[in-house]
Design a protein around this ligand. Structure first.
Ligand code: ATP
Ligand code: MG
Length: 568
């Protein structure tokens, strides 16, 4: 099922269901009327657009109600984590337009407090060291309908547990040889209560705490307590944590009281068609060179989308449209593209470029003559003024805009037919020159000097309008065209290896595309342009002095808007 917006559980004042809960808690005076959220990324990969949905929720709700939002790195697994990811995550949150101020935290800040709490729970008979293998432990878990089997170590004397746990942390035992488990209830209908693992041994040094610790807390033992230590009031996460919530509450109760207690609220994940969102899979694509890095413009990562030309406001608009609900769904990528188009339409400068050029010669246009054609920089915002485009005898037009033997409804150029050169004259095709291989090398046409756009008597109508670039002044650029990264709508739902589902034609590089000189002079990394009739393009960071590289952000045709109209 794919879903977008409709049932988003929004109230009259536009609050989503999580914000409604927050509002109610504040009204009831919970936690002394404080609101503090947190965004808790694990630094084991780059942020993707799904994380943006969480960020917009966490930071957005705090902004809305005058609260604060912490950035907390959930760095409890030294085997997979790295500072490269920490820096990238910070950069991407700032790019989205959010700031954590002085509230930057790490779960590793709490390793001592968590350890002390574990020791306390052992002393109270609420935790024990289990020497079984992870496989044995898994086998004893039972099923939701059959109770689990107690570990033979479950009733180990407290003193022994204390000593073993201390020695686990000293490095006396091998990874995987023992774990610390909470002693809760092996028959509980919630599987997470069947003596969950609190600590495991990891001997890889931690990038922040070095080799100080040999035991590391599991998510369930770290997250709620970290929330508590930090003063977080609302711990907002995604739906897969619903079954973990009772455990979150169980551990938090060991610390909290009525005056302050964090609570967990869950919303649905963002999933996009034609892509994958799992960090493990994204890492695999990067590591195996199946894409060109985390910021490959085909990736759903925030740095990839940024490089592609997607804007923070378009991402926010998309997240706002899909909304926050309590059931999982798959979101259409076309809706995201619709948001991108809407945003770039307002801001992108209009220029002329020809990505698949063929020479057009106006045989009756004086050699050496140049006219200036004035073009609106942005018809959506006339205050942005105009710029001049040279018109000359030799021009570049799109190869696809010419057909020698056109079908009936082809309104572009063909022999003896007329079209208008955008902003300039009506021309009539008089012939072509072909190479030995039959490919068209030059197209010839005559222009009608009486038809210059904007001048009196120029209102003769023709069906087609073509964009063009003056050949002698055109600047060669490289254009990277992108298609869907995967060839199936929901790659995660397919059997087999997800890598086999990659679209082999997702990147097409066009060297020697032609750009009008005014644009070439000013274009710099990250700038957004609309190439007339083609789409939105963004200057890529691979651009050099002599060669500008553009990423095609998105074409002009709005498939989403069209579908919506049809549905009405
Ligand atoms: P993993 O795939 O390793 O579980 P993750 O994608 O959950 O990782 P985290 O770094 O744990 O990544 O995520 C940080 C926060 O972002 C969490 O609160 C998580 O719920 C949220 N988040 C992650 N993916 C999505 C998504 N697709 N939609 C909405 N929120 C998400
Ligand atoms: Mg996670």
């Amino acid at each position: 099922m794919t879903e977008n917006s409709e049932e988003t559980l929004v109230d009259e004042s536009g609050l989503n269901f999580v914000e409604q809960e927050i509002k109610a808690d504040l009204a009831a005076g919970k936690n002394g009327g404080r609101l503090n959220t947190r965004f808790p990324p694990e630094p084991n990969g780059y942020l993707h657009i799904g994380h943006a949905k969480a960020i917009i929720m966490d930071f957005g709700a705090a902004e809305k109600f005058g609260g604060t939002c912490n950035l907390r790195f959930d760095d409890t697994n030294p085997q997979k984590e790295d500072t490269e990811y920490v820096e990238a995550i910070k950069r991407d949150i700032h790019w989205l337009g959010f700031d954590w101020g002085d509230r930057l935290y790490y779960a590793s800040d709490y390793f001592q407090q968590l350890y002390d709490l574990a020791v306390r729970l052992i002393k109270e008979g609420k935790a024990y060291v289990d020497e079984q293998t992870s496989q044995q432990i898994a086998e004893q878990k039972g099923t939701p309908t059959t109770p689990g089997v107690a570990s033979p170590y479950r009733d180990r004397p407290i003193e022994e547990n204390l000593e073993l746990f201390e020695r686990m942390n000293r490095g006396d035992f091998e990874e995987g040889s023992m774990v610390l488990r909470a002693k809760i209830d092996m028959a509980n209908s919630n599987m997470h209560f069947r003596d969950p693992i609190m600590y495991r041994i990891i001997k890889t040094p931690h990038w922040r705490t070095g080799d100080k610790w040999k035991v590391y807390p599991m998510y369930d033992f770290a997250h709620g307590q970290s929330d508590y230590f930090e003063g977080v009031t609302h711990s907002i996460c995604t739906l897969e944590f619903v079954p973990h919530r009772p455990l979150y509450e169980y551990f938090v109760k060991e610390l909290a009281d009525e005056s302050y207690c964090p609570r967990q609220i869950e919303f649905n994940r963002l999933n996009l068609t034609y892509t994958v969102m799992s960090k493990r899979k994204l890492l695999q694509l990067v590591k195996e060179g199946l894409v060109n890095g985390w910021d490959d413009p085909r990736m759903p990562t925030l740095c990839g989308l940024r490089r592609r030309g997607y804007t923070p406001s378009s991402i926010k608009d998309f997240v706002n449209r899909i909304g926050y609900t309590k059931y999982e769904a798959l979101n259409h990528i076309e809706l995201l593209e619709h948001s991108v188009r809407e945003d770039l339409n307002k801001t992108a400068t209009r220029v002329s470029a020809v990505v698949n050029p063929v020479k057009l010669i106006l045989t009756n246009y004086p050699e050496g003559q140049t006219e200036e054609i004035l073009v609106d920089n942005n018809p959506e915002n006339l205050e942005e003024g105009k710029h001049a485009m040279p018109l000359t005898r030799e021009l570049w037009i799109e190869r696809e805009d010419f057909m020698e033997c056109p079908p009936k409804k082809f309104f572009r150029l063909s022999p003896d037919k007329e079209v208008r050169l955008k902003g300039a004259y009506i021309i009539k095709c008089t012939g072509v020159k072909k190479g030995a291989d039959g490919e068209i090398e030059e197209i010839y046409a005559e222009y009608d000097p009486e038809t210059r756009s904007g001048l009196p008597g120029s209102d003769r109508k023709v069906k087609g309008t073509l964009h063009w670039v003056s050949a002698p002044t055109a600047v060669d650029i490289t254009v990277r065209d992108y298609d869907r990264l995967f060839s199936v709508e929901n790659p995660s739902a397919e059997e087999g290896d997800f890598r086999d589902l990659l679209n082999p034609d997702s990147l097409k590089v066009r060297e020697h595309a032609k750009l009008e000189p005014w644009a070439a002079e000013r274009a710099k990394d990250g700038d957004h342009y609309q190439f007339t009739r083609l789409g939105y393009y963004t200057v890529d960071l691979d651009s050099t002095e002599g060669n500008l590289v553009f990423n095609k952000t998105i074409g002009l045709k709005d498939t989403w808007a069209k579908e919506q109209k049809k549905a009405k």
